[in-house]
Design a protein. Structure first.
Length: 324
């Protein structure tokens, strides 16, 4: 079985990228808390980010220390959740969700000259951002995108009217019922300086095999959180967690903003409630980064990042390599 990348701290929600010839991993930094488990995720009470790097899969992993902390971000009240990073124009950008002073999740950006930080945050969250789990993607033409969204504790269901937050929908709620479609993940184009959205926020369609939007009650396949985008042979792979059914699933499209057609599962449930991943190519192999709670013996909010090799078949379908 794969071992955690590091064991001196708990890490989760890994976003992996190849920068400057190495793999850099941008995880959440889980910590002990006496906050009781609830379906709103209050027990995930993280206060800073560390950046990890490695040159060889299975080799030494460097923890570069604290890259950004909540107390240095003027708009944040608590809960630094799953981050991601991007590079453009010689700078590195860290995108992160956190609750603002009103308790509403927003997405912030922080900048550094180096992939490991430290990162300097913008004083305000990205205008027009909401919910959680930002994932950045820079396409071959240099256009950047930010994917985001998460239901239940991630508050996506509170934004059905995108102009205002509906607090009555907070908590473990989502649409349900015959003929009702699932809530959709969001994405926007990033401005050339990577600090703001340069387009309106778009809802990404995830369709079933007959071209219909996935149903709200299809919990084995519908989007819950943990968006990720990667490109393989000209196709756009949008992957995500199904939340309360605990799978990592994926859907394939011809454009970065979809529509995407559901293509299957990449990862079965791991030990622990959450499942969250990223996918990156390194040295001509493809890698899945994910987390589980084996090290903490099943404590949901004390997770550890691991990696496993991924394979494509001739039709572009993904599976885990058996020997790890
Ligand atoms: O780490 C806090 C939250 O748990 C993340 O934002 C979700 O994706 C889930 O992994």
């Amino acid at each position: 079985m794969p071992e955690p990348l590091v064991t001196h701290i708990y890490t989760a929600d890994p976003s992996a990228h190849v920068f400057e010839g190495k793999i850099y991993v941008y995880p959440s930094h889980d910590r002990e808390t006496d906050i009781k488990f609830n379906d709103n995720g209050d027990q995930y009470d993280m206060a800073d980010y560390h950046v990890l790097s490695l040159s060889e899969p299975g080799g030494k992993v460097t923890d570069h220390g604290i890259a950004l902390k909540a107390e240095d971000i003027p708009w944040v009240s608590k809960q630094l959740w799953a981050p991601d990073a991007a590079t453009k124009n010689g700078k590195y950008y860290l995108y992160f969700p956190a609750r603002d002073k009103e308790g509403i999740f927003r997405i912030g950006v922080a900048v550094s000259d180096k992939p490991e930080g430290p990162f300097t945050p913008d004083p305000e969250p990205i205008k027009g951002s909401y919910s959680i789990d930002p994932a950045s993607f820079v396409d071959d033409d240099g256009q950047g995108y930010l994917y985001f969204g998460g239901i239940w504790g991630g508050q996506l269901q509170c934004w059905e009217d995108e102009s205002k937050f509906d607090d009555s929908k907070s908590g473990a709620q989502e649409p349900s019922g015959a003929g009702v479609s699932a809530l959709l993940p969001r994405a926007a184009k990033l401005s050339d300086d990577m600090h703001s959205f340069s387009s309106e926020v778009k809802q990404l369609q995830i369709l079933d095999e007959s071209g219909k939007l996935l149903a709200a009650d299809d919990h084995e396949r519908r989007f819950f959180e943990a968006a990720w985008m990667h490109k393989y042979k000209g196709k756009y792979y949008f992957s995500y967690s199904t939340g309360d059914t605990h799978f990592i699933a994926y859907a394939i499209g011809d454009s970065p903003l979809g529509p995407f057609t559901y293509a299957g599962k990449i990862l079965d449930p791991v030990l622990g409630w959450t499942n969250h991943h990223s996918i990156v190519e390194y040295q001509n192999k493809w890698w899945l980064f994910y987390h589980d709670c084996e090290l903490s013996k099943g404590v949901d909010h004390l997770r550890s990042v691991k990696m496993r090799e991924l394979l494509y078949d001739d039709a572009g379908k993904l599976s885990l390599a058996e020997k790890q």
